[in-house]
Design a protein around this ligand. Structure first.
Ligand SMILES: Nc1ncnc2c1ncn2[C@@H]1O[C@H](COP(=O)(O)OP(=O)(O)OP(=O)(O)O)[C@@H](O)[C@H]1O
Ligand SMILES: [Mg+2]
Length: 264
């Protein structure tokens, strides 16, 4: 039985179009993500990957198309709307405040924090305890949650950004090039963290130009080409050369057949 028959996607996009003036960033794009699935999204520069993710995360409204969360049609007018439905995005650089502590970053700007008192006052001991508990759950190692984020390595920062994204019942975590700026040994840690999210039932969308990342961690890979769906396959049914071809706009006969099969 295919996954499709078994369950409703945790997030689904149908017929998404996005135009920036005369530029067509996305044209009639479809995407499905299931619970506990890691979906790799690949494509050349300008293929529309980041734009699609920003639409799923509520940062941009689409010009056309629909988004469903757990099968229900949703309309996001801000990232806050998406977050309230459990859709989180980890941005490459802008996610964290370097001058704040790890725990403060995790709880920054969260509704729940406000419950601790007036004036968005954060209960210090509670925030430290919960931050530590959450990092432990994700097996993220830092010297102390009191460390300032600017003292961390790139990989640790990325891990804290992922911790922030998952601290409040996320169902979907979208990551746009999370390993692009990392040293080799830090890359593996972030990818293992993604596997861990998967094991906790979270759906992950991973944009990466690094096929090593894609083939290490993803269950399925989809390629966009010039703003359109181009090809997709479970990882076990494709290989690096084929995926490189998709990125360049070449489809092998096998992939074409798979796509036709998918549509039926
Ligand atoms: N805010 C914007 N204003 C105008 N054009 C934009 C904007 N964002 C994206 N675009 C255009 O939309 C198209 C898709 O861009 P997008 O950033 O989604 O590509 P990408 O697949 O993420 O590329 P990369 O791999 O380089 O990150 C490009 O032609 C880009 O120039
Ligand atoms: Mg991009």
């Amino acid at each position: 039985m295919s996954q499709e028959q078994r369950e409703v996607p945790v997030i689904e996009a149908r017929g998404i179009c996005k135009y920036f003036g005369a530029v067509t960033a996305l044209e009639d794009v479809y995407l499905k993500l299931y619970r506990g699935e890691v979906l790799g999204v690949v494509g050349d520069n300008g293929a529309g990957k980041s734009t699609l993710m920003k639409i799923l995360a509520g940062l941009y409204p689409p010009n056309a198309g629909q988004i469903f969360v757990d099968g229900k049609l949703v309309h996001f007018s801000s990232p806050r709307d998406a977050r309230e439905m459990g859709i989180e995005m980890v941005y490459q650089d802008l996610a964290l405040a370097g001058n704040l502590r790890i725990d403060e970053n995790i709880f920054l700007g969260r509704e729940r924090v406000r419950r601790f008192g007036p004036f968005q006052f954060i209960n210090n001991a509670e925030s430290l305890r919960r931050a530590k508990e959450h990092l432990d759950k994700l097996k993220i190692e830092v010297k102390s949650v009191r460390q300032r984020v600017e003292e961390l390595s790139g990989g640790q920062r990325q891990a804290v950004a992922i911790a922030r994204a998952t601290a409040f019942d996320a169902k979907v975590v979208i990551m746009d090039e999370p390993t692009a700026a990392l040293a080799v040994k830090e890359v593996r840690k972030v990818l293992d963290l993604i596997k861990d999210l998967k094991n906790h039932g979270i759906g992950v969308i991973l944009i990466s130009h690094r096929l090593d990342d894609i083939f290490y961690v993803c269950d399925r890979v989809m390629a966009l080409f010039r703003g359109r769906n181009f090809a997709e396959a479970p990882l076990a049914e494709t290989n690096r050369n084929e995926v490189i071809g998709w990125i360049m706009g070449n489809r092998s006969p096998v992939a074409q057949a798979a796509k036709i099969f998918d549509l039926n």
